[in-house]
Design a protein around this ligand. Structure first.
Ligand SMILES: NC(=O)C1=CN([C@@H]2O[C@H](COP(=O)(O)OP(=O)(O)OC[C@H]3O[C@@H](n4cnc5c(N)ncnc54)[C@H](O)[C@@H]3O)[C@@H](O)[C@H]2O)C=CC1
Ligand SMILES: CC(=O)C(=O)O
Length: 372
Protein backbone atom coordinates (compact mmCIF):
# COMPACT_ATOMS: atom_id res chain seq x y z
CA UNK A 1 0.00 0.00 0.00
CA UNK A 2 1.20 3.52 -0.76
CA UNK A 3 2.45 5.51 2.17
CA UNK A 4 1.12 8.98 2.61
CA UNK A 5 3.80 11.39 3.73
CA UNK A 6 2.86 14.79 5.07
CA UNK A 7 5.56 17.34 4.50
CA UNK A 8 5.04 20.19 6.96
CA UNK A 9 4.99 23.69 5.51
CA UNK A 10 7.72 24.91 7.83
CA UNK A 11 9.97 22.14 6.52
CA UNK A 12 9.39 23.30 2.95
CA UNK A 13 10.17 26.89 3.84
CA UNK A 14 13.26 25.92 5.80
CA UNK A 15 14.75 23.88 2.99
CA UNK A 16 16.46 26.44 0.80
CA UNK A 17 16.85 24.26 -2.31
CA UNK A 18 13.71 22.28 -1.85
CA UNK A 19 12.80 20.10 -4.79
CA UNK A 20 9.25 19.06 -5.28
CA UNK A 21 10.61 16.03 -7.00
CA UNK A 22 11.95 14.71 -3.72
CA UNK A 23 8.52 14.96 -2.25
CA UNK A 24 7.03 13.31 -5.29
CA UNK A 25 9.61 10.58 -5.34
CA UNK A 26 8.76 9.76 -1.76
CA UNK A 27 5.08 9.88 -2.28
CA UNK A 28 4.98 7.95 -5.50
CA UNK A 29 7.75 5.40 -5.11
CA UNK A 30 9.86 6.46 -8.06
CA UNK A 31 13.42 5.20 -8.32
CA UNK A 32 16.02 7.44 -6.80
CA UNK A 33 19.06 6.57 -4.78
CA UNK A 34 17.77 7.95 -1.51
CA UNK A 35 14.52 6.16 -2.13
CA UNK A 36 16.32 2.89 -2.72
CA UNK A 37 18.20 3.25 0.51
CA UNK A 38 14.92 3.81 2.23
CA UNK A 39 13.42 0.82 0.46
CA UNK A 40 16.30 -1.52 1.18
CA UNK A 41 15.57 -1.11 4.87
CA UNK A 42 12.01 -2.40 4.43
CA UNK A 43 11.73 -6.04 5.38
CA UNK A 44 8.94 -6.68 2.91
CA UNK A 45 11.28 -5.80 0.06
CA UNK A 46 14.01 -8.05 1.47
CA UNK A 47 11.57 -10.91 1.70
CA UNK A 48 9.93 -10.36 -1.65
CA UNK A 49 13.03 -10.04 -3.86
CA UNK A 50 16.55 -11.37 -4.03
CA UNK A 51 18.84 -8.65 -5.25
CA UNK A 52 20.87 -9.28 -8.41
CA UNK A 53 22.05 -5.78 -9.26
CA UNK A 54 21.26 -2.17 -8.44
CA UNK A 55 19.01 -0.44 -10.94
CA UNK A 56 20.38 2.42 -13.06
CA UNK A 57 19.25 5.79 -11.86
CA UNK A 58 19.39 7.54 -15.23
CA UNK A 59 17.85 7.04 -18.65
CA UNK A 60 19.19 8.10 -22.03
CA UNK A 61 15.94 9.80 -23.03
CA UNK A 62 15.42 12.51 -20.45
CA UNK A 63 13.39 15.43 -21.74
CA UNK A 64 13.01 18.63 -19.75
CA UNK A 65 9.99 20.81 -20.43
CA UNK A 66 10.47 24.36 -19.19
CA UNK A 67 7.17 26.13 -18.50
CA UNK A 68 4.21 24.04 -17.40
CA UNK A 69 1.42 26.16 -18.80
CA UNK A 70 -0.98 25.02 -21.49
CA UNK A 71 1.80 24.38 -24.03
CA UNK A 72 4.29 22.78 -21.65
CA UNK A 73 1.75 20.32 -20.29
CA UNK A 74 0.41 19.45 -23.75
CA UNK A 75 4.01 18.74 -24.74
CA UNK A 76 4.70 16.60 -21.68
CA UNK A 77 1.45 14.72 -22.19
CA UNK A 78 2.24 14.05 -25.86
CA UNK A 79 5.73 12.81 -24.96
CA UNK A 80 4.40 10.42 -22.34
CA UNK A 81 1.29 9.18 -24.12
CA UNK A 82 3.19 8.35 -27.28
CA UNK A 83 5.98 6.64 -25.34
CA UNK A 84 8.53 9.05 -26.85
CA UNK A 85 10.16 9.12 -23.45
CA UNK A 86 9.25 7.90 -19.97
CA UNK A 87 11.65 10.34 -18.32
CA UNK A 88 10.26 13.87 -18.10
CA UNK A 89 11.41 16.76 -15.96
CA UNK A 90 9.11 19.75 -15.52
CA UNK A 91 10.62 23.12 -14.64
CA UNK A 92 8.64 26.23 -13.74
CA UNK A 93 8.52 28.95 -11.12
CA UNK A 94 5.12 27.96 -9.74
CA UNK A 95 5.68 25.39 -6.99
CA UNK A 96 2.12 24.34 -6.25
CA UNK A 97 1.33 23.99 -9.91
CA UNK A 98 4.46 21.87 -10.44
CA UNK A 99 3.45 19.60 -7.67
CA UNK A 100 -0.13 19.33 -8.89
CA UNK A 101 0.79 18.63 -12.50
CA UNK A 102 3.36 15.97 -11.57
CA UNK A 103 0.94 14.24 -9.20
CA UNK A 104 -1.81 14.29 -11.80
CA UNK A 105 0.44 12.78 -14.49
CA UNK A 106 1.86 10.18 -12.13
CA UNK A 107 -1.61 8.98 -11.22
CA UNK A 108 -1.84 7.88 -14.86
CA UNK A 109 1.30 5.73 -14.55
CA UNK A 110 -0.70 2.56 -15.03
CA UNK A 111 -1.61 3.69 -18.53
CA UNK A 112 1.87 4.91 -19.43
CA UNK A 113 5.30 3.28 -19.45
CA UNK A 114 6.25 3.48 -15.79
CA UNK A 115 7.19 7.15 -16.17
CA UNK A 116 9.83 8.93 -14.15
CA UNK A 117 8.50 12.43 -13.68
CA UNK A 118 10.24 15.08 -11.69
CA UNK A 119 9.03 18.61 -11.14
CA UNK A 120 11.03 21.43 -9.66
CA UNK A 121 11.89 25.09 -9.83
CA UNK A 122 15.49 24.06 -9.23
CA UNK A 123 17.43 23.67 -12.48
CA UNK A 124 19.63 20.88 -11.06
CA UNK A 125 16.63 18.60 -11.43
CA UNK A 126 16.99 18.88 -15.21
CA UNK A 127 20.58 17.58 -15.18
CA UNK A 128 21.46 15.09 -17.89
CA UNK A 129 18.62 16.00 -20.27
CA UNK A 130 18.99 14.96 -23.90
CA UNK A 131 16.36 17.43 -25.06
CA UNK A 132 15.18 20.66 -23.44
CA UNK A 133 11.93 22.16 -24.69
CA UNK A 134 11.37 25.81 -23.80
CA UNK A 135 7.72 26.78 -23.42
CA UNK A 136 8.11 29.27 -20.57
CA UNK A 137 6.78 32.73 -21.11
CA UNK A 138 3.82 34.95 -21.60
CA UNK A 139 1.37 34.16 -24.34
CA UNK A 140 -0.61 36.41 -26.67
CA UNK A 141 -3.80 37.96 -25.41
CA UNK A 142 -6.58 38.49 -27.90
CA UNK A 143 -5.46 41.14 -30.39
CA UNK A 144 -1.74 40.77 -29.62
CA UNK A 145 0.70 39.38 -32.18
CA UNK A 146 3.51 36.97 -31.32
CA UNK A 147 6.03 39.74 -31.86
CA UNK A 148 4.45 41.80 -29.07
CA UNK A 149 5.85 39.31 -26.54
CA UNK A 150 9.49 39.64 -27.48
CA UNK A 151 11.23 41.52 -24.65
CA UNK A 152 9.16 39.94 -21.86
CA UNK A 153 10.01 36.45 -23.04
CA UNK A 154 13.62 37.33 -23.84
CA UNK A 155 13.97 38.34 -20.16
CA UNK A 156 12.74 34.90 -19.09
CA UNK A 157 15.31 33.32 -21.39
CA UNK A 158 18.06 35.28 -19.62
CA UNK A 159 17.16 33.66 -16.30
CA UNK A 160 16.63 30.14 -17.63
CA UNK A 161 18.84 29.26 -20.59
CA UNK A 162 22.31 29.55 -18.99
CA UNK A 163 21.16 27.54 -15.95
CA UNK A 164 19.63 24.81 -18.08
CA UNK A 165 22.70 24.47 -20.29
CA UNK A 166 24.96 24.32 -17.24
CA UNK A 167 23.03 21.24 -16.09
CA UNK A 168 22.78 19.57 -19.52
CA UNK A 169 25.68 20.77 -21.69
CA UNK A 170 25.04 18.07 -24.32
CA UNK A 171 21.32 18.70 -24.73
CA UNK A 172 19.53 19.79 -27.88
CA UNK A 173 17.46 22.92 -27.16
CA UNK A 174 14.07 23.32 -28.82
CA UNK A 175 12.45 26.75 -28.45
CA UNK A 176 8.65 26.93 -28.58
CA UNK A 177 7.94 30.19 -26.70
CA UNK A 178 6.94 33.12 -28.88
CA UNK A 179 8.05 34.92 -30.89
CA UNK A 180 9.63 31.60 -31.68
CA UNK A 181 12.20 32.63 -34.30
CA UNK A 182 13.57 35.59 -32.38
CA UNK A 183 13.64 33.68 -29.10
CA UNK A 184 15.55 30.88 -30.83
CA UNK A 185 18.19 33.46 -31.72
CA UNK A 186 18.14 34.71 -28.11
CA UNK A 187 18.45 31.16 -26.75
CA UNK A 188 21.34 30.38 -29.10
CA UNK A 189 23.20 33.53 -28.02
CA UNK A 190 22.59 32.94 -24.30
CA UNK A 191 23.36 29.24 -24.41
CA UNK A 192 26.66 29.60 -26.26
CA UNK A 193 25.87 26.20 -27.79
CA UNK A 194 26.93 25.28 -31.33
CA UNK A 195 24.40 26.48 -33.88
CA UNK A 196 23.12 22.99 -34.73
CA UNK A 197 22.04 22.27 -31.13
CA UNK A 198 19.49 25.09 -30.87
CA UNK A 199 16.43 25.27 -33.08
CA UNK A 200 12.89 26.57 -32.88
CA UNK A 201 9.71 24.58 -33.39
CA UNK A 202 9.04 27.26 -36.00
CA UNK A 203 6.69 26.36 -38.84
CA UNK A 204 6.53 22.65 -38.02
CA UNK A 205 3.09 23.58 -36.64
CA UNK A 206 2.16 25.93 -39.50
CA UNK A 207 3.11 23.21 -42.01
CA UNK A 208 0.89 20.75 -40.16
CA UNK A 209 -2.01 23.22 -40.27
CA UNK A 210 -1.32 23.82 -43.99
CA UNK A 211 -1.31 20.12 -44.84
CA UNK A 212 -4.43 19.51 -42.76
CA UNK A 213 -6.39 22.30 -44.44
CA UNK A 214 -5.32 21.18 -47.93
CA UNK A 215 -6.16 17.58 -47.10
CA UNK A 216 -9.66 18.65 -46.07
CA UNK A 217 -10.19 20.28 -49.45
CA UNK A 218 -8.79 17.32 -51.37
CA UNK A 219 -10.42 14.58 -49.31
CA UNK A 220 -7.27 12.62 -48.46
CA UNK A 221 -5.29 12.22 -45.27
CA UNK A 222 -3.02 14.94 -43.88
CA UNK A 223 0.06 12.70 -44.13
CA UNK A 224 -0.62 12.13 -47.85
CA UNK A 225 -0.44 15.83 -48.63
CA UNK A 226 3.09 17.21 -48.83
CA UNK A 227 3.64 20.91 -48.43
CA UNK A 228 5.77 23.33 -46.50
CA UNK A 229 5.38 26.65 -44.79
CA UNK A 230 8.72 28.31 -44.25
CA UNK A 231 9.95 31.64 -42.84
CA UNK A 232 8.49 33.22 -39.71
CA UNK A 233 6.27 31.28 -37.32
CA UNK A 234 3.83 34.12 -37.57
CA UNK A 235 2.15 36.60 -39.83
CA UNK A 236 4.88 36.75 -42.52
CA UNK A 237 5.17 32.98 -42.99
CA UNK A 238 5.73 31.78 -46.56
CA UNK A 239 3.73 28.97 -48.18
CA UNK A 240 5.80 27.06 -50.73
CA UNK A 241 2.97 26.49 -53.21
CA UNK A 242 5.45 25.47 -55.90
CA UNK A 243 6.19 22.25 -53.98
CA UNK A 244 2.75 21.19 -52.73
CA UNK A 245 2.08 17.68 -54.01
CA UNK A 246 0.11 14.49 -53.54
CA UNK A 247 2.00 11.33 -54.51
CA UNK A 248 4.55 13.46 -56.35
CA UNK A 249 1.92 15.21 -58.48
CA UNK A 250 2.49 18.93 -57.99
CA UNK A 251 -0.79 20.76 -57.51
CA UNK A 252 0.72 23.73 -59.34
CA UNK A 253 0.96 21.59 -62.49
CA UNK A 254 -2.68 20.59 -62.18
CA UNK A 255 -3.81 24.13 -61.37
CA UNK A 256 -1.16 26.69 -62.47
CA UNK A 257 -2.74 29.61 -60.60
CA UNK A 258 -2.57 27.72 -57.26
CA UNK A 259 -1.93 30.14 -54.38
CA UNK A 260 -1.94 33.23 -56.61
CA UNK A 261 -4.20 36.26 -56.31
CA UNK A 262 -6.14 35.46 -59.47
CA UNK A 263 -6.64 31.76 -58.68
CA UNK A 264 -10.34 31.07 -59.41
CA UNK A 265 -10.33 28.35 -56.73
CA UNK A 266 -8.97 30.74 -54.05
CA UNK A 267 -6.33 28.36 -52.67
CA UNK A 268 -4.47 31.36 -51.29
CA UNK A 269 -7.11 31.45 -48.55
CA UNK A 270 -5.61 28.24 -47.13
CA UNK A 271 -2.46 30.15 -46.18
CA UNK A 272 -4.54 33.01 -44.80
CA UNK A 273 -6.36 30.44 -42.65
CA UNK A 274 -3.02 29.08 -41.41
CA UNK A 275 -1.99 32.59 -40.32
CA UNK A 276 -5.37 33.22 -38.76
CA UNK A 277 -5.48 29.84 -36.97
CA UNK A 278 -3.73 30.91 -33.77
CA UNK A 279 -5.72 34.17 -33.53
CA UNK A 280 -8.95 32.29 -34.04
CA UNK A 281 -8.20 29.60 -31.46
CA UNK A 282 -7.00 32.20 -28.94
CA UNK A 283 -10.28 34.06 -29.44
CA UNK A 284 -12.23 30.84 -28.91
CA UNK A 285 -10.38 29.19 -26.01
CA UNK A 286 -7.72 31.65 -24.84
CA UNK A 287 -4.61 29.79 -26.03
CA UNK A 288 -3.41 27.08 -28.40
CA UNK A 289 -1.79 23.99 -26.98
CA UNK A 290 -2.70 20.55 -28.35
CA UNK A 291 -1.25 20.84 -31.84
CA UNK A 292 1.91 22.59 -30.67
CA UNK A 293 2.32 19.95 -27.94
CA UNK A 294 2.19 17.22 -30.57
CA UNK A 295 4.51 19.19 -32.84
CA UNK A 296 7.13 19.74 -30.13
CA UNK A 297 6.93 16.09 -29.07
CA UNK A 298 7.47 14.97 -32.67
CA UNK A 299 10.63 17.09 -32.82
CA UNK A 300 11.89 15.61 -29.55
CA UNK A 301 11.19 12.14 -30.90
CA UNK A 302 13.28 12.77 -34.01
CA UNK A 303 16.19 13.92 -31.84
CA UNK A 304 15.94 11.10 -29.29
CA UNK A 305 15.72 8.40 -31.95
CA UNK A 306 18.25 10.00 -34.33
CA UNK A 307 15.64 9.59 -37.04
CA UNK A 308 16.88 12.14 -39.58
CA UNK A 309 13.34 13.22 -40.34
CA UNK A 310 12.91 16.46 -42.24
CA UNK A 311 10.95 19.08 -40.28
CA UNK A 312 10.33 22.76 -40.92
CA UNK A 313 12.21 24.25 -37.97
CA UNK A 314 13.71 27.59 -37.14
CA UNK A 315 17.41 27.59 -38.06
CA UNK A 316 20.08 30.17 -38.82
CA UNK A 317 19.27 31.41 -42.31
CA UNK A 318 22.33 33.49 -43.07
CA UNK A 319 23.83 32.42 -46.39
CA UNK A 320 20.75 30.46 -47.50
CA UNK A 321 18.39 31.51 -50.29
CA UNK A 322 20.48 34.67 -50.71
CA UNK A 323 19.73 35.88 -47.15
CA UNK A 324 22.34 37.95 -45.40
CA UNK A 325 20.73 38.53 -41.99
CA UNK A 326 21.82 36.65 -38.86
CA UNK A 327 18.29 35.56 -38.05
CA UNK A 328 16.46 32.31 -37.42
CA UNK A 329 13.60 31.34 -39.72
CA UNK A 330 12.08 28.01 -40.59
CA UNK A 331 13.43 25.95 -43.45
CA UNK A 332 13.07 22.19 -43.94
CA UNK A 333 15.95 20.57 -42.08
CA UNK A 334 17.25 17.07 -41.42
CA UNK A 335 17.30 16.48 -37.66
CA UNK A 336 19.15 13.85 -35.69
CA UNK A 337 20.47 13.29 -32.20
CA UNK A 338 22.99 16.08 -32.68
CA UNK A 339 20.28 18.56 -33.61
CA UNK A 340 20.09 20.13 -37.05
CA UNK A 341 22.27 18.29 -39.56
CA UNK A 342 21.34 19.70 -42.97
CA UNK A 343 19.01 22.25 -44.46
CA UNK A 344 17.08 21.23 -47.56
CA UNK A 345 17.58 23.81 -50.30
CA UNK A 346 14.09 24.03 -51.77
CA UNK A 347 13.71 25.40 -55.29
CA UNK A 348 11.80 28.53 -54.37
CA UNK A 349 10.02 30.71 -56.92
CA UNK A 350 11.13 34.38 -57.13
CA UNK A 351 8.05 35.48 -55.14
CA UNK A 352 8.72 32.88 -52.40
CA UNK A 353 12.35 34.07 -52.10
CA UNK A 354 11.17 37.64 -51.93
CA UNK A 355 8.65 36.82 -49.18
CA UNK A 356 11.36 34.99 -47.21
CA UNK A 357 13.63 38.01 -47.51
CA UNK A 358 10.84 40.22 -46.15
CA UNK A 359 10.47 37.88 -43.11
CA UNK A 360 14.22 37.95 -42.52
CA UNK A 361 14.45 41.75 -42.68
CA UNK A 362 11.61 42.09 -40.19
CA UNK A 363 13.23 39.59 -37.76
CA UNK A 364 16.56 41.44 -38.00
CA UNK A 365 14.86 44.74 -37.28
CA UNK A 366 13.09 43.46 -34.15
CA UNK A 367 16.14 41.52 -32.99
CA UNK A 368 18.23 44.68 -33.07
CA UNK A 369 15.92 46.22 -30.44
CA UNK A 370 16.18 43.41 -27.87
CA UNK A 371 18.09 44.10 -24.67
CA UNK A 372 20.11 40.96 -23.86
N1 LIG B 1 5.75 28.16 -31.19
C1 LIG B 1 4.47 27.85 -31.21
O1 LIG B 1 3.99 27.26 -32.19
C2 LIG B 1 3.60 28.20 -30.04
C3 LIG B 1 4.12 28.94 -29.04
N2 LIG B 1 3.36 29.30 -27.97
C4 LIG B 1 4.00 30.11 -26.96
O2 LIG B 1 4.36 29.29 -25.86
C5 LIG B 1 4.49 30.11 -24.68
C6 LIG B 1 3.71 29.46 -23.53
O3 LIG B 1 2.33 29.51 -23.79
P1 LIG B 1 1.29 28.91 -22.73
O4 LIG B 1 1.77 27.60 -22.23
O5 LIG B 1 -0.03 29.01 -23.34
O6 LIG B 1 1.43 29.98 -21.57
P2 LIG B 1 1.02 29.79 -20.03
O7 LIG B 1 0.85 31.15 -19.48
O8 LIG B 1 -0.07 28.81 -19.92
O9 LIG B 1 2.33 29.12 -19.40
C7 LIG B 1 3.55 29.76 -19.34
C8 LIG B 1 4.32 29.13 -18.21
O10 LIG B 1 5.63 29.70 -18.20
C9 LIG B 1 6.00 29.77 -16.84
N3 LIG B 1 7.13 30.66 -16.62
C10 LIG B 1 7.15 32.02 -16.65
N4 LIG B 1 8.37 32.46 -16.32
C11 LIG B 1 9.15 31.37 -16.10
C12 LIG B 1 10.51 31.20 -15.71
N5 LIG B 1 11.32 32.22 -15.52
N6 LIG B 1 10.96 29.92 -15.56
C13 LIG B 1 10.14 28.86 -15.74
N7 LIG B 1 8.85 28.99 -16.12
C14 LIG B 1 8.36 30.23 -16.28
C15 LIG B 1 4.75 30.24 -16.14
O11 LIG B 1 4.81 30.04 -14.74
C16 LIG B 1 3.71 29.40 -16.83
O12 LIG B 1 3.49 28.18 -16.16
C17 LIG B 1 3.96 31.49 -25.08
O13 LIG B 1 5.05 32.33 -25.39
C18 LIG B 1 3.15 31.20 -26.33
O14 LIG B 1 3.01 32.31 -27.17
C19 LIG B 1 2.06 28.91 -27.85
C20 LIG B 1 1.50 28.11 -28.83
C21 LIG B 1 2.21 27.73 -30.03
C1 LIG C 1 0.19 30.70 -30.53
C2 LIG C 1 0.92 30.18 -31.67
O1 LIG C 1 2.03 30.56 -31.92
C3 LIG C 1 0.29 29.22 -32.53
O2 LIG C 1 -0.65 28.51 -32.13
O3 LIG C 1 0.69 29.14 -33.69
Amino acid sequence: MKRHINVPNNFLKATSNFKWSLFLLQEFHICASFKLNFRSKMSIIKNLFTNISDPKQTTTRKVTVVGIGAVGMATAFSLLCQGITNDVCLIDVMEDRLRGEAMDLLHGSLFLKNPKISASKDFTESAGSKVIIITAGVRQQEGESRLDLVQRNANIMKTTIPNLVAQSPDAVLIVVSNPCDILTYVAWKLSKLPIHRVFGSGTNLDSSRFRFLISQKLGCSTSSVHGWIIGEHGDSSVPVWSGVNVAGVRLKEVSPKLGEDDDPELWKKVHKDVIEAAYQIIKLKGFTNWAIGLSAASLANTVLTNQHNVHAVSVMTKGRHGLDYEVFLSLPAVIGSNGVEKVVMQHLSPSERCALKFSAAMMADIQAGIKL
